[in-house]
Ligand binder design. Structure first.
Ligand code: GLA
Length: 689
């Protein structure tokens, strides 16, 4: 993990402001009211290209000069956004090659946003110019504290099929493979007569019958999209670095698909930014999708969906910033209808961000826009700008943060990490056999950790990850790493040998880096580590009773898919299947190696199995017996300078009982508490142990 170059020195509250949406006569009172509510930073300008370059090559600075000077006068700090997510109409009309295209190679029209591609030499040049002009002119402005690159890179779409992308894909492949022979081998092009004899024959995986893409080509396509997006981000970061003031930071609001986010952070950012919209989990259009992943309309785990993303962000950058935090009902005019946050939820969700590692929380947005696609994306204020309960809640949150000053910059404490890597995330998307296991399991594991209060991080594994990053956790779960490389296998082995517990699920290690199957018995490169091999494997038919296993006389489900395991004479069988035609076959094998152990489980992870596995791996959520709290309450432990803090978040509209077994200081109320106490609906409790 790269060390972050910037950390907020104190908890800071911000908001997204669009001076271009309002009459200039409102600016001053808006800033005054923000400051009165505890808002110290505004993020601006990320879609406002025209305001600086209204015509090609004609630049004006009066608009943002006036606004920034006013901010400086008021003592308001500013994060300035580069405007490349929304190219001007004059640009796309004159240079249509900058537009992105869909999978059928049909270009997008001007409008909406993010309709450009990263590879058009012309768009890169126009980007270079506008970013240089902005950075040169505003880089030294005293109000500015940081820069946001573009806006939500790879949001709206993460598919790229313009002609510029076609050409760039071929360059990417030449660099990767050097020769067509090597590419043909890596893509297995003998299958279905796909052999390439000229680089110009190669296209992005686009409009084909029945989604019958070549999976190895698609894997490289997703690596190419990541490289393109990261390259575009780096192009801007390199310019900003030349002009920004020392101490100002570069960030972007990230965590979108088809980007290796940790790599983007390493290459270009000083601090990682994230946009947190917990109400997506309650969206009117999302319930069916969410149900499939174990979240329900009534479920108390819906809020943990945003917690899961925050945990992933923390795995990239432990002390991050929230560039957009939900403050009102969300919706575009065309869809995504969502309920409004109930009283208490704005503060609760903002505290969730803080509990997970945000030291900066900026609410989206100051006032709801009265026009455009996002007329229903409610900000703190409504169209009319009256004081309202949402503003009061934001102000209460800002005042609470003042009381939590000692926690700023504290480290999240976790004994368990879920391991992820970009190759396998892509493979799970391309390969239905892989995706059917990986996507639900990631949720099941995170949810079970939440339910049992086992604090859980994400560890993003790459070939160059440092062993010490792994060694921070006594237990790692790497659910289904189908693709395995020698470097990662060596790292995992070293982790186990020094004393770690590594838990692997079915379908581990059966693919090479290019997505082709290994020709030795699975788990391939991990065989030494697991001490096991897979004899046979396959899906269970949904009409058949769920397969079960017997572990120490207890029965557990082994649903969906089963690897029938065998020891290689060096490992111990902990559990065997006790149903189906392969009853009696090993289902869970433990291999002790050096000071640690590897547990190889032959199926996906059911909730009850995880309970047992957590207990077996000595993962408990009791916080040394300090307290007991119901499942509906999330607990985050944070440590700094020898001080230990617990943040408790109640996601339900009913009060929850917490039993404190030791007297602790309640930081928000500034009092000592012990025994049974109640956490109000949507309430937050912060304790110092
Ligand atoms: C995203 C974007 C914002 C806005 C909000 C609400 O996070 O970055 O510009 O669109 O969503 O839709």
């Amino acid at each position: 993990m790269k060390k972050q170059n910037y950390q907020w020195p104190e908890y800071t509250v911000g908001t997204c402001y669009y001076p271009e949406h309002w009459d200039e006569s409102l600016w001053e009172s808006d800033l005054d009211r923000m400051l009165a509510a505890g808002i110290r930073v505004v993020r601006i300008a990320e879609f406002a290209w025209n305001l600086t370059e209204p015509e090609e090559g004609v630049f004006r600075f009066d608009f943002f000069d006036s606004f920034l000077d006013l901010c400086a006068e008021k003592g308001m700090k500013v994060i300035f956004g580069t405007p490349t997510a929304t190219p001007p109409a004059w640009l796309t009309k004159k240079y249509p090659e900058v537009l992105n295209a869909d999978q059928n190679s049909i270009p997008y029209e001007h409008g909406a946003r993010r309709h450009y591609n990263y590879n058009s030499p012309l768009y890169r040049e126009k980007t270079r110019i506008i970013v240089t002009v902005l950075a040169e002119h505003y880089g030294k402005h005293p109000a500015i504290v940081g820069w946001q690159i573009d806006n939500e890179i790879n949001c709206e779409t993460c598919e790229f099929h313009s002609e510029a992308d076609q050409a760039a894909f071929r360059v990417f492949l030449r660099e990767t493979y050097g020769s067509l022979d090597a590419l043909n081998r890596a893509w297995g092009t003998r299958f279905w007569n796909q052999t390439y004899t000229d680089w110009e024959e190669i296209r992005l995986p686009g409009h084909v019958l029945n989604k019958g893409w070549n999976p190895h080509q698609r894997l490289d396509y997703l690596r190419f999209v990541s490289a393109s997006a990261r390259g575009f981000c780096k192009l801007q970061a390199d310019i900003l670095n030349q002009y920004k003031k020392p101490g100002d930071f570069i960030t972007t609001n990230a965590l979108f698909w088809h980007i290796d986010n940790p790599k983007m952070f390493d290459e270009s950012l000083d601090i990682f930014g994230y946009d947190s919209y917990p109400n997506f989990a309650f969206g009117l259009n999302r319930s069916e999708l969410l149900k499939e992943h174990g979240y329900g309309i009534e479920g108390d785990l819906n809020d943990r969906l945003s917690g899961k993303s925050l945990s992933e962000v923390r795995g990239i950058c432990p002390h991050f910033g929230i560039l957009e935090q939900q403050s009102g009902a969300g919706s575009w005019v065309s869809g995504m209808e969502g309920p409004q946050p109930r009283p208490g939820q704005i503060r609760l969700w903002a505290m969730q961000s803080v509990a997970h590692g945000a030291d900066f929380v900026s609410f989206f947005r100051w006032r709801t826009c009265s026009f455009g696609t996002e007329m229903y994306w409610h900000g703190i204020l409504d169209y009319d700008g009256r004081d309202n309960r949402r503003l009061r809640e934001v102000a209460a949150f800002a005042s609470d943060l003042g009381k939590l000053a000692p926690l700023c910059g504290s480290d999240y404490v976790a004994k368990l990490a879920i391991v992820k890597d970009y190759d396998n995330a892509c493979d799970a998307e391309i390969d239905a056999w892989h995706g059917r296991l990986s996507f639900p399991d990631e949720n099941t594991i995170y949810q079970q950790a939440q339910r049992s209060h086992v604090s859980c991080d994400y560890l993003h594994l790459a070939d160059d990850s440092a062993l010490e990053d792994l060694c921070r956790y006594p237990v790692l779960i790497y659910p289904h790493p189908a693709i395995m490389t020698e470097a990662r296998a060596a790292l995992l082995k070293a982790y186990v040998e020094q004393g770690g517990t590594l838990i692997l699920g079915c379908r581990t290690g059966y693919k090479q880096e290019n997505g082709q199957a290994v020709l030795s018995p699975p788990p391939g490169l991990l065989r030494d580590l697991t001490g096991s091999i897979v004899r046979e494997s396959g899906f269970q038919h949904p009409a058949e009773p769920t397969v079960t296993v017997n572990w120490d006389g207890e029965r557990f489900e082994a649903p969906v898919f089963q690897d029938q395991l065998d020891t290689e004479g060096v490992a111990t069988v902990l559990a065997r299947y006790d149903s189906s035609w392969f009853a009696g076959t090993p289902a869970l094998i433990e291999h002790r190696l050096g000071a640690g152990r590897c547990l190889h489980w032959g199926s996906v992870f059911s909730r009850t199995l995880l309970e047992k596995l957590f207990a077996y791996a000595e993962l408990t959520g009791r916080f040394d017996g300090l307290l007991d709290a119901p499942e509906a309450v999330e607990i985050a432990e944070r440590k700094k300078d020898g001080r230990r803090f617990l943040m408790l978040l109640n996601y339900l509209p009913e009060e929850q009982k917490i039993v404190l077994r030791k007297e602790m200081r309640d930081l928000l109320e500034d009092r000592f508490v012990s025994g049974t106490i109640s956490l109000p609906p949507f309430g937050v409790l912060v304790l110092e142990v």
